[in-house]
Design a binder for this molecule. Structure first.
Ligand SMILES: *Cc1c(COP(=O)(O)O)cnc(C)c1O
Length: 365
């Protein structure tokens, strides 16, 4: 099913990412009512496969929603706290801040634990605050896409285990590339979406959770309707259907994306991304461009580059966009940066095309 009209673009954005032809065309299917048994089987298959990436289907389950990644985060945050619960949110980038804003919108009792966006979290201080403030829920972003900083989820999980804290993880930009083991890392709830490292189409997000934690939500305060995690879980479990209309075609694309993910395997996917990162970093060094983070704390999934003097992001963007490459602006307010992602159906050869163009752009000035 080749289609000459779909030109391949290189998205160096942190998602939605470049997709394969297979994923693009898998959305062209006969119309189907999502309440049909056949569609229910597809949903069950997808739920099980997603769970497998981070846990076992015996103890863990996936709850799907139609919506972008933020929907899954909002669902787990607004569904898992009662009035007497206290949440600590680790904030070291724009996405940590977003969790705070969600907690605020629902009027939750929460504490913002601020940490430098450019350095590892001080775990001793974190533990001290958790004890002092009698916190029983903790939320953190695994990979802060704002900067490319990879937070130490295993160590945070160990603290949560020790203090008997329910651990909620925004794994949206790490899922399906950076290994996660929910049991070992003591993660109760994890949010992710279809269009980042999974390389599917945007429109499906999901929460993966410990079944015991999901069951415990029955006793929590109901704060939302559409995003109610417990209700969506119960409905999916009983009826093998979404409560409300699912994004049907996006789900077919997710099926294909999962087939391709299984074929490549998580370690190889990460290696492919990391190889593009190496090409990128070499080129930045050659140009004397500074990265916001030291190399050893980077995820290798996105790089935040400090803008040099008299740099105009729009001009750089338009120069590349004309050539089929999309780059992304920075998100930090204190420092001017732009960001280059390595995720999606691209490899080191595509990155080389980009870095060659970047060299010519900067050397032309
Ligand atoms: C992409 C992303 C999100 C979700 O963004 P949406 O636009 O809602 O899909 C949340 N957290 C992180 C860390 C992300 O990278």
């Amino acid at each position: 099913m080749e289609n000459e009209n779909i030109k391949r673009k290189i998205l160096l954005t942190p998602g939605p990412a470049t997709t394969t032809e297979g994923v693009k065309y898998s959305q062209v299917v006969p119309d189907i009512c999502p309440r049909e048994k056949e569609f229910g089987e597809l949903i069950q298959w997808i739920r099980r496969e997603l769970t497998c990436i981070v846990g076992d289907n015996e103890d863990y389950a996936t709850v799907l929603f139609g919506g972008s990644g933020t929907a899954a985060i909002e669902s787990m945050i607004c569904s898992s706290l009662s009035d007497n619960d206290k949440l600590l949110v680790i904030s070291n980038g724009a996405y940590g801040k977003r969790i705070c804003r969600i907690a605020e919108a629902y009027g939750l009792a929460f504490f913002e634990f601020k940490s430098s966006p450019k350095a590892m979290i001080d775990l001793d201080k974190l533990e001290q605050v958790l004890v002092e403030k009698e916190i029983n829920h903790l939320a953190v972003v695994h990979h802060e896409t704002t900067t490319g900083l990879l937070n130490d989820v295993a160590s945070i999980g160990a603290i949560c285990r020790k203090l008997n804290i329910s651990f909620l993880l925004d794994a949206i930009s790490s899922f399906a590339s950076i290994p996660i083991n929910m049991k070992e890392m003591h993660i109760s709830f994890l949010a992710a979406s279809s269009n980042k490292n999974l390389q599917g189409m945007p429109g499906v997000s999901f929460v993966i959770a410990n079944k015991k934690s999901l069951d415990s939500l029955a006793n929590k305060k109901t704060r939302c309707f559409y995003l109610n995690l417990y209700d969506q879980y119960q409905f999916l479990k009983k009826n093998k259907q979404f409560r409300f209309t699912p994004p049907v075609q996006t789900i077919y694309a997710l099926k294909q994306a999962l087939i391709e993910f299984k074929k490549e395997g998580l370690p190889n996917r990460y290696l492919r991304y990391a190889k593009s990162w190496e090409v990128l970093v070499d080129s930045l060094k050659e140009l004397g461009l500074k990265m916001l983070l030291e190399e050893d704390i980077q995820s290798k999934l996105i790089v935040s580059v400090v803008e040099p003097e008299s740099f105009e992001f729009e001009d750089f963007h338009d120069f590349l966009y004309e050539k089929g490459i999309t780059v992304y602006p920075g998100k930090l307010t204190e420092e001017k940066t732009f960001r280059i992602g390595t995720i999606g159906d691209i490899d080191h050869r595509d990155m080389k095309i980009f870095t060659d163009l970047m060299q010519s752009y900067f050397k032309a000035d």
